[in-house]
Design a protein around this ligand. Structure first.
Ligand SMILES: Nc1ncnc2c1ncn2[C@@H]1O[C@@H]2COP(=O)(O)O[C@H]2[C@H]1O
Length: 266
């Protein structure tokens, strides 16, 4: 592997839950306003990523307008922006707005790194599942690129969280996913959204990472659904030429957001 050169800088934004109009909200939070605040923060702290990765639940109501809003906002970045579906998304509407597969491509290679984006959404369901087609793409790509480090992204969590209520709605066939990546020592990271909170764990040499939502947060360590007090935010990742991943989460702590803290779900 070529271990010289600089790191590939990635911005991960996730679970934006954007709606059809400027008045759309989730549990009382204005999701366009919180998304805009997170992007303001990105502009100040991480203005020139090499790639933006939006890991699902970009829209809340499946409307074309929500994806248009997202796409317009992404035009501030001069780098490639990749997005894929979560359980709340509407793939045909995403495709209509994207105009071509461009932003919805499944793989991207840069220097010593190979990125693979999978669709874990199951129509009409909240939980995730990687269909044989997705696992086969994963397997094929990893087999073809043994000389590149790999980062894999999809929407649903492939490991349990410390929130009991979230565990049944993660990736259901996680064993098949891990059985696949265990055959490829070049895999260095897996990133996802869905859990509306930060996670950073390891499984051997593989970093397992989740990012906060750009809108409401879920309360960590809770048996039942609970809204978290933390602010919306984003994750940055730097993929180094020697296979190391540096990463962190930044939150919009300076802004007051309205959210219904007593909600029992949505
Ligand atoms: N009280 C609840 N109990 C279980 N699941 C819930 C509850 N409220 C919402 N959900 C679902 O859990 C999902 C977690 O993330 P999503 O934003 O995908 O959408 C959420 C809802 O579909």
């Amino acid at each position: 592997m070529n271990t010289s050169g600089r790191a590939l800088r990635i911005l991960q934004i996730t679970d934006c839950h954007l709606g059809r109009t400027g008045h759309s909200s989730l549990l009382g939070m204005d999701t366009r306003a919180s998304f805009d605040s997170v992007l303001e923060l990105v502009k100040q702290n991480y203005p020139e990523p090499d790639l933006v990765l939006a890991t699902g639940d970009i829209g809340q109501d499946g409307s074309v307008e929500a994806y248009r809003y997202f796409q317009d906002k992404m035009s501030v970045f001069s780098c490639p922006v990749f997005w894929f579906a979560g359980n709340h998304d509407n793939f045909p509407a995403m495709l209509e707005v994207a105009g071509s597969r461009g932003a919805l491509e499944k793989t991207f290679a840069s220097g010593p790194w190979q990125l693979i984006f999978l669709n874990s959404a199951v129509p009409g369901k909240v939980h995730g599942f990687l269909r044989p087609k997705e696992l086969s793409l994963l397997n094929r790509t990893l087999e073809a690129t043994p000389d590149k480090f790999a980062l894999i992204a999809f929407h649903h969590h492939p490991i349990d969280t410390d929130c009991q209520w979230l565990n049944p709605i993660g990736l259901r066939n996680r064993e098949a996913f891990f059985a696949t990546i265990d055959r490829y020592p070049q895999v260095r990271g897996v990133v996802w959204g869905h859990v509306h909170q930060e996670m950073d764990q390891r499984r051997g040499d593989v970093r397992l990472l989740a990012a906060p939502s750009t809108c409401i947060q879920f309360e960590p360590r809770s048996r039942e659904f609970g809204v978290g007090r933390e602010s919306p935010g984003y994750r940055w990742l730097e993929l180094h030429p020697d296979g190391r991943i540096e990463t962190g989460v930044v939150r919009a702590d300076h802004i007051e957001f309205e959210v219904d803290m007593n909600s029992g779900g949505y």
